[in-house]
Design a protein around this ligand. Structure first.
Ligand code: C2E
Ligand code: CA
Ligand code: CA
Length: 671
């Protein structure tokens, strides 16, 4: 809701003028009129008194009884000469000597006035004493009535003229200010229009507006400065949005745009163009061993070398961490291949950065439009296949061919994408609850990872764990997931003291001598009680490498971390053998559990495993429980803990929190 309405400058000005004048004009009007009518009345009265005095003088040297006609003549001529509407001479006996009957006003109306407008008779009556010869000692009065009408008419006409003058004045003020505001308003309106064009994204027209009003002039100059700054900022932003900050080369966004341009140009001109995809070999090693700062410098040097060798019409872009791509307009396969080889040669010379001398090598995949694809996406995909083909076969360059193994392609994409996925938060930690079967209480959860791939969707650990091992990234992944989970679960552990988090540790993971110290750092960093962490390892690891495993597992156990044997039953190891290791938990594999009945072949195995484990002081977890029957059966067999879809699927942390709240009720349903 708007609190205040806005009005234009001219409406403000005009309403102010009207308001001020509406207040002032009546005051001014009445003051002037008052002064005027007062002074006119004074003048009128003085004038009347003067006439009366002159007449009295004139009469006084006449003989009252003998010169009556002369007296009447004087009175008559007085009437004729001025605006006298009444005149007589009154003696002591109140007899009056009047001129002819022309004057309609009778003597009984006479009431002497001291000011104009008195007694409502529109006549100013006055009397002056007069003496005559031959009538000494007698008192006579000359009484005169002056018509007030001419004076009133004069005042009314002045009043009318003043109203007209005031109206003309107000009108001219309004016109004048309308003109002035128009004069101010016009450049302001122009400024507004121009800034609106800028607001719509058109920065081209200058914001300068001519005005002799300094404020407007300066405002326009300031706005113009702002426009120029905006242009610079917009162009900087465009460069930032379309170029890679590190190397200054076009980024993936601009590159995709150029690819589309190349396709439409080649369609129009019937030319071909080539797409080169270059990936540095073992660049991760440089980053990992010498640090990202140095890795960045290497990328800058190589980008510069490649960029300088390109034609104007070609585009070289950085489209990933250590991935570059080149669009070569109007070239055939042979030329593209020659240019690719030249690029490899440009990369190979020694790089000197920060006192390190390094050697870089790269692999380039080539795809040609239109032979290898009609769309940018397909061309890129094929250049990618060719690039992996080059890498896998130790070739520096390779041109795409339909025979190249595309089944392998997805795996290659995954390998490639895996590197950045941890940083980009594409992995998701899920938690599957574990229950104490005898009490029904929740006693922990298992951390299970998912990879949320941007194009291939959700990928299960069975597919990406081997990749992580192959790419030597499994330790990073385990540590990242553990760190995240410990932080999330810490509060739950504080509320449920025997709540245990189990993490899966793959064979390569376990044999990595730095894993334990990394985990200990994470545990202390998260302030997580160490005895609440369990690592799950498959029995196969132990069986393959018993001496080394024992050494490592002892260290884990000494640190306080618990050890659980995962997928028990699939590796044909005997419990008696496993007893040598510091194991606290046995997880019977789901293949034995899911379809378990008293009649099934697995039943005696499960039963014996539970009994034997208990004899050795090891607790037993059954995983893969999907039905209530299996739940009851395992309870009869005195299995300690259970985990399975029947209780809860692997779930996000938020879902786990809700699940824990609802768990008490679920528990009642089961029992
Ligand atoms: P696992 O350690 O045997 O984990 C249990 C697997 O069984 C999980 O599959 C889980 O979703 C599934 N499962 C749980 N309850 C049931 C059930 O009632 N019925 C059935 N049919 N399946 C059930 P998931 O999540 O696909 O994990 C597969 C394997 O990937 C895991 O087997 C584990 O070895 C590995 N893995 C998962 N996360 C990680 C990780 O962070 N690091 C490592 N190294 N391996 C992991
Ligand atoms: Ca497991
Ligand atoms: Ca398992």
């Amino acid at each position: 809701m708007k609190l205040f309405r806005t009005y234009s400058l001219s409406s403000y000005m005009i309403s102010t003028i009207v308001f001020v004048h509406a207040l002032l004009a009546p005051i001014l009007f009445s003051v002037i009129l008052n002064v005027y009518s007062h002074s006119s009345s004074e003048l009128f009265i003085t004038h009347a008194n003067n006439i009366a005095g002159i007449l009295a003088d004139d009469l006084s040297n006449k003989h009252y009884s003998r010169q009556r006609d002369t007296l009447l003549n004087i009175l008559d001529s007085a009437v004729l000469s001025g605006n006298i509407v009444f005149i007589d001479i009154q003696d002591e006996l109140q007899h009056s000597l009047k001129p002819s009957d022309q004057l309609a006003i009778s003597s009984r109306y006479f009431i002497e006035d001291y000011a104009i407008g008195q007694n409502d008779d529109a006549i100013y009556f006055l009397s002056v004493p007069v003496s005559f010869s031959g009538a000494a000692g007698k008192n006579f009065k000359l009484r005169i009535g002056f018509d007030e009408a001419p004076l009133n008419e004069q005042i009314t006409s002045i009043k009318e003229r003043m109203i007209i003058i005031i109206l003309i004045y107000i009108f001219s003020m309004i016109s004048f200010f309308t003109l002035i505001t128009h004069y101010i308003h016009k450049p302001l309106k122009l400024l507004r229009q121009k800034s609106n064009t800028i607001a719509q994204g058109d920065f081209d027209s200058a914001l300068k507006v001519a005005s002799s009003i300094s404020d407007i002039k300066y405002l326009s100059q300031d706005l113009e400065k702002m426009r120029i700054t905006l242009i610079q900022m917009a162009s900087n932003m465009q460069v930032q949005a379309t170029h890679d900050e590190l190397t200054g080369l076009p980024n993936r966004y601009l590159y995709t745009d150029r690819m589309h341009q190349a396709v439409s140009l080649s369609q129009r001109t019937n030319q071909s163009f080539a797409l080169l995809l270059l990936d540095l070999d073992r660049f991760k090693e440089i980053n990992d061993t010498l640090g990202h700062g140095l890795g960045d410098k290497v990328l800058q040097v190589l980008a510069k070398r490649m960029h300088e060798s390109m034609r104007e019409s070609d585009t070289i872009a950085r489209i990933g961490g250590d991935e570059f791509s080149v669009i070569l307009i109007n070239v055939d396969q042979a030329t593209a291949s020659a240019i690719a080889k030249k690029m490899i040669r440009l990369i190979e010379p020694i790089i000197d950065v920060d006192g390190h001398t390094l050697n870089a090598t790269a692999s380039i995949g080539i795809a040609i439009y239109p032979e290898h694809g009609l769309t940018p996406e397909l061309l890129l995909q094929h250049a990618d296949i060719a690039m992996y083909n080059a890498k896998n076969n130790n070739l520096s360059t390779s041109i795409y061919h339909a025979d190249m193994d595309s089944d392998n392609y997805e795996k290659l994409i995954l390998v490639n994408d895996f590197k950045n996925s941890i940083d980009q938060n594409h992995f998701k930690s899920l938690f599957q609850p574990k229950l104490n079967l005898q009490t029904g209480e929740v006693c922990g959860c298992e951390l299970l990872l998912r990879w949320n791939h941007p194009t291939l969707g959700l990928i299960c650990p069975d597919r990406f764990i081997p990749l992580a091992e192959q790419e030597n990234l499994i330790a990073d992944l385990t540590c990242w997931a553990t760190h995240q989970s410990l932080r999330l679960l810490r509060d739950i552990v504080l509320m449920i003291p025997d709540f245990n988090l189990s993490i899966n540790v793959s064979p390569i993971n376990l044999l990595d001598s730095t894993l334990l110290s990394s985990l200990l750092d994470i545990i202390s960093g998260c302030d997580f009680p160490i005895q609440n962490l369990t690592i799950e390892i498959t029995e196969n690891v132990i069986m393959k490498n018993p001496v080394r495993s024992a050494e490592i597992l002892n260290k884990f156990s000494e640190s306080g971390i618990k050890i659980s044997i995962d997928d028990f039953g699939t590796g044909y190891s005997s419990l008696a053998y496993l007893q040598k290791f510091p194991i606290s938990e046995l997880k019977i594999d789901k293949t034995f559990i899911t379809d378990l009945t008293v009649e099934s072949a697995n039943y005696p195995i499960v039963k014996a495993s539970i009994t034997m484990a208990h004899d050795l002081g090891i607790s037993v977890v059954a995983e893969g429980i999907e039905t209530i029957d299996v739940h009851h059966l395992l309870k009869e067999l005195k299995c300690d803990k259970v985990q399975g879809f029947f209780y809860g699927l692997p779930m996000s942390f938020n879902e786990l929190q809700n699940w824990l709240e609802e768990h008490a009720e679920i528990n009642q349903l089961i029992d």
